[in-house]
Design a protein around this ligand. Structure first.
Ligand code: SF4
Length: 366
């Protein structure tokens, strides 16, 4: 196996992304086979444990409280509810549960304690547990690790330059700092982005530079196609073409050979043939379940039918890294420090975010 390269430049990545498609596919598929079983794809379930009402202004997100979308907010789910959903996911072939909460950052307190209990519960079901809860401090990351967390997701979303056109309530450096905090534990890193937000191909390459030059590279990289939701600032964005997804997946595979590349949001718009090409190009994970947090996703039975048709097998849990040990709450060595970290708040103006916010404020209150 060739050694992983950590000094990719934007020019090198652009050269790969823009190769003639057949060459790109051949190169990506060859690398994929060197590092992974090409007939195995992980099935993960994404669970929204706390939906909506988020204070952030991410331009793609229907959960941001300031935009008017049809997302119904929900308080934090109970541990029992999460356990029931995890068991259902396991019985339909998922080996990983990713819990998402619409928070800016984790705050020490009863809600975080409840999430830690969810992590313990799912790890005991012998499933990989991932969380996406916003920014975390080093101590919070250590507490999640002790509970048995397998992965922490914190997406870079796009390039550093284009990030300023998407979000004004936090900075790119906060994202990198959170990833660094997670890296101080044994929890694996999941970080990727979204294409189709109006960014250039250079921005896509810029995001891949930011991810691939991390050392170690993230164990998991989700590649999402924007699902343009009514009421969000990006409601009028044109859908991503399948060729762009294939190129993005293939390029990610080439620059991050060991990483699990996740074909994430936007699959409802993709044909089976399109998805098959993404698997050939190096995607080795999908999210199952009819909802991806709040946006539509193919039905799990449809996915299993596709697996059968393509001769794919769902990946078992803990194939890529060992199962973490769970430390019970009363034996934990990392307690709450009651921190009040100062995450940045750039607060610059993003025209389309402002327009969507104003449109929402003019609507009658329900
Ligand atoms: S992407 Fe996450 S942080 Fe951004 S608005 Fe949505 S829920 Fe909040």
């Amino acid at each position: 196996m060739t050694a992983t390269k950590h000094d990719w430049t934007k020019e090198e990545i652009l050269e790969i992304y823009n190769k003639p498609l057949m060459e790109l596919l051949y190169e990506a598929a060859t690398i994929h086979r060197e590092y992974h079983d090409p007939n195995t794809v992980q099935v993960s379930t994404l669970l929204s444990i706390k939906t909506g009402g988020c204070p952030e202004d991410c331009g793609y997100c229907p959960q941001a409280a300031r935009y008017h979308t049809n997302v119904e907010g929900n308080d934090l789910m109970s541990v029992q509810q999460v356990k029931a959903q995890a068991l259902r996911a396991k019985s339909s072939g998922s080996s990983r549960v990713c819990m998402g909460a619409a928070w800016r950052n984790v705050k020490d307190g009863p809600e975080f304690d409840q999430v830690l209990e969810m992590v313990r519960t799912i790890n005991k079901l012998d499933m990989e547990v991932c969380c996406t809860l916003g920014m975390v401090t080093e101590n919070q990351a250590k507490r999640l690790a002790e509970a048995g967390l397998y992965a922490y997701n914190h997406n870079l979303d796009t390039s550093e330059e284009y990030y300023k056109e998407v979000i004004s309530t936090r900075g790119y450096e906060d994202r990198l700092q959170t990833i660094e905090n997670v890296r101080k534990t044994n929890v694996t890193v999941c970080s990727g982005g979204i294409i189709g937000m109006g960014e250039s191909v250079e921005d896509r390459a810029g995001m891949l530079v930011a991810l691939s030059t991390l050392n170690p590279q993230p164990e998991s990289v989700p590649i999402n196609a924007l699902v343009a939701v009514d009421g969000t600032p990006m409601e009028d964005q044109k859908p991503v073409e399948i060729w762009e997804m294939i190129r993005m997946v293939a390029t990610s595979r080439i620059v991050m050979p060991k990483t699990q590349v996740r074909l994430s949001a936007g699959r409802t718009e993709m044909s089976r043939e399109g998805q098959a090409m993404c698997f050939f190009a190096g995607a080795n994970s999908i999210f199952a379940g009819d909802k991806l947090l709040t946006t539509p996703n193919p039905d799990v039975n449809e996915d299993m039918e596709m697996f059968k048709q393509l001769g794919l097998n769902p990946q078992k849990a803990f194939v890529k890294a060992p199962q973490p040990k769970t430390v019970e709450a009363n034996e934990s060595t990392h307690q709450s420090l009651g921190e009040k970290p100062k995450w940045t708040r750039p607060g610059h103006t993003i025209e389309r975010n402002e327009t969507a916010k104003q449109k929402a404020s003019l609507l009658p209150k329900e």
